[in-house]
Each structure stands twice: as C-alpha cells, then as structure tokens.
Design a protein around this ligand. Structure first.
Ligand code: K1U
Ligand code: ZN
Length: 174
C-alpha cells in the first residue's frame, strides 16, 4: 500500500466528472487500498478518486473515525448513486481534505440511500443519516466535480479560496 498525494483547490481535476468503473481489476483494488491508507493518514472520514488525481467513480469512507487500527472499518463504494433522499434536511459543518483547514455549514438531505458496487463486484445499498449522509453526499459530489464551497455564497467561497491560496504559499507541504 502507498500513500497518495491529496490534490488541493484550485486544481481543475476537482471540477471534473469521474467516469464509471467497468471492471474491478487488481489496479482498482490497489487504488482502493491506497485511498484508504491516504484517508486514515490525512486524517479524514472520506476520500474520493478526484482528490488523488484519478477520474474514476470510487470513494472510500469511514465515519467511525478512531485513532486505533482495530476499530477501523473503511467502506469502498464503486459507481455510487443516490436512490433515495429524505425531504427532511440537516445542516452540518463540513471540511474537505482538498480545502485544508476550512469548514462551513452545508445543508443537505438528512438521510440518503446509496446503491453502489463493492470491491467483490456485488451490488450493495447503504442508508445513512446525519454525518454518514453528509459524507456520502460530499464524496459523491467530488465524483461530479462539486465541492462543499459550491453551496456557499460567492463571497464566502472566494474568502475560503484566498485563505487556502495564502496557506499553500506560506507552507506548501500542507
Ligand atoms: O472528502 C473529503 O475531503 C474528506 C472530508 C469528508 C467530510 C467531512 C465532513 C463532512 C462531510 C464530509 C473529511 O474527512 S474532512 C476531515 C474530517 O472531517 C475529520 C478528520 C478527522 C477526524 C474526524 C473528522
Ligand atoms: Zn472533500
């Protein structure tokens, strides 16, 4: 397994739409393992392919983030799609590994059900609320070239982008 560099805004790949995965090859399994390692190391509770420079529809997540290895339970979601979303909404503060150290409240459906393919090629469904729902939608957004700052006003978005730009110039190894 190897750690992958995480791409930071305003890199154009973060605005691209990722392509469906046709076959689960050894290369895809390796990519998933590398993404899991990268997510835990960041640390984060999710990571989408665009963020590590790949334009295929896969993300990893583990919202039960714990520091010790034994309790880790990362899920790999391939070609995910939302099949149901609640009318009830939820507002939560979100962060993004591609927008370091910036957080903002985002409103999304409180519960979603997502259909996806797992690493063994089986079709699966998972339903999640609150943090799980926000994370599922945040990661799926990445695969469609959408960032959480796209839900903010232009003023707030530009403030965040300027802060990240300054931070990267001051300490580019973040
Ligand atoms: O996709 C990403 O950029 C990862 C992002 C996911 C996310 C966070 C919050 C709401 C929705 C989606 C992160 O993981 S940011 C880091 C973070 O939230 C965290 C890090 C360590 C422990 C707990 C949370
Ligand atoms: Zn993100």
């Amino acid at each position: 397994m190897s750690q992958l560099p995480i791409i930071v805004v305003p890199h154009p790949i973060l605005k691209e739409i990722a392509k469906p995965i046709e076959t689960i090859t050894d290369a895809i399994k390796q990519q998933a393992a590398d993404m899991i390692e990268t997510m835990y190391d960041a640390p984060g509770i999710g990571l989408a392919a665009n963020q590590v420079g790949k334009l295929n529809r896969i993300f990893v997540m583990d919202t039960n983030y714990r520091k010790n290895d034994e309790s880790r339970d990362a899920k790999v979601l391939i070609n995910p799609e939302i099949v149901w979303r609640s009318e009830e909404m939820s507002v939560m503060e979100e962060g993004c590994l591609s927008i370091p150290q910036q957080f903002a409240e985002v409103e999304r459906p409180r519960t979603v059900r997502v259909k996806y393919i797992d690493l063994s090629g089986q079709v699966q469904e998972m339903e999640g609320s609150d943090l799980v729902s926000h994370c599922l939608q945040h990661e799926l957004d990445h695969l469609n070239g959408v960032l959480f700052i796209d839900y903010l006003s232009r003023l707030k978005r530009n403030m965040i982008l300027r802060k990240v730009d300054k931070m990267m110039k001051d300490s580019p190894v973040l």
